[in-house]
Design a protein around this ligand. Sequence first.
Ligand code: GDP
Ligand code: ZN
Length: 370
Amino acid sequence: MASEQDKARMRERAARMMAHLVGREEEQRRKQESKARRAAPQRRRRGGRSDDDDVVFEKMPRRAAAKARAGAPADVAALPRAVVVAVHHGRVDLDTGASARIASRLLVDPEFRVAVGDEVAFTATEGPPRIEAVLPRRSWLSRPDPGNVHRDLVLAANVDVAVITVAVADPPLRPGLIDRFLLALARGGVAPAICVNKVDLVGDAAAVEREMAPYRELQVPVFVCSAAHGSGLEPLRAHLRGKLCVFVGHSGVGKSSLLNALDPEGARAVGAVREFDGKGRHTTSWSSLRQLADGTRVIDTPGIRALGLERMDSVQVRTGFAEFAGVGCRFADCTHRDEPDCGVRAAVAAGRISAARYGSYLRVLQSLDP
Ligand code: GDP
Ligand code: ZN
């Protein structure tokens, strides 16, 4: 039996390992991806390699990349692929049911990261499959790395829809939270949806609708339901069907209840949550992806339910409020705070832009100020 101290030490080591595996600086990624895109045509002419080869190599210094290529399979694009359903230290579980090793040349690469939802290419000649590359991400959810202010941790990759979950009451509905989540999702290119739960607790459905009107206008799908009564769930279920989703939102709003209500037959855990690995050692399952009966897959990882806005700048915030674009301010870089002839403030005054959303914008801006 491991002592409490041993266990604590193991947890600490695993946490460090996790930060190494799953963290990734987002800007770096974007820069590298655009660099890879720009360089791709030339490279194809030179070496005839496919774009997929660049996924991992492009992130490394040139010499390290050359070394890594030496040990890498010649044609990553031809390798079988799978989706990561759980990340452990040094290995990942795949949706094929296999537990895969990660090629050691990737593990020593400081830029290598893998997250739940990542699509990976693997070789499987003998023994467990070996991850050779992580394919480019379509989208991602991230939050700032508590251990490094300059980078973000990717919590989940290739998410199709994030359901921002709020309750009409208990805890009370705060639309400002929705606005913050919308910004955080836009950062990683994840499509939002809003689920307003516990509608059984209020009589005034019209008030809920009024609060949701700005989001409906922004074309964000809104679902009003009660997990407890099982009402209003079908449209949400239909919207999510077959997609890779996450539920984000504060504790107590009913995310777990919703998941259970959406999948009454009982969700099947795809990522095995193990207490012990094959050698009997204690392990922690970091994140998992589960599949509902209708093919919808839901990522439920620790930490994914709250997303911070740290490290966003004011321009990102401004462009995140899509309804502010094109209203015609005198200054192209108008912050819509106190500049003269501000089209946004005029639109708010005239009721064409939601005063609640504008208030959220100002609060987010203020929270960014040092
Ligand atoms: P989570 O923290 O977001 O996962 O929230 P839970 O699913 O654990 O729910 C928190 C509490 O809200 C529990 O006591 C649930 O029974 C309750 N709850 C969840 N959904 C509803 C609902 O639709 N109506 C009401 N009245 N209570 C609900
Ligand atoms: Zn303005």
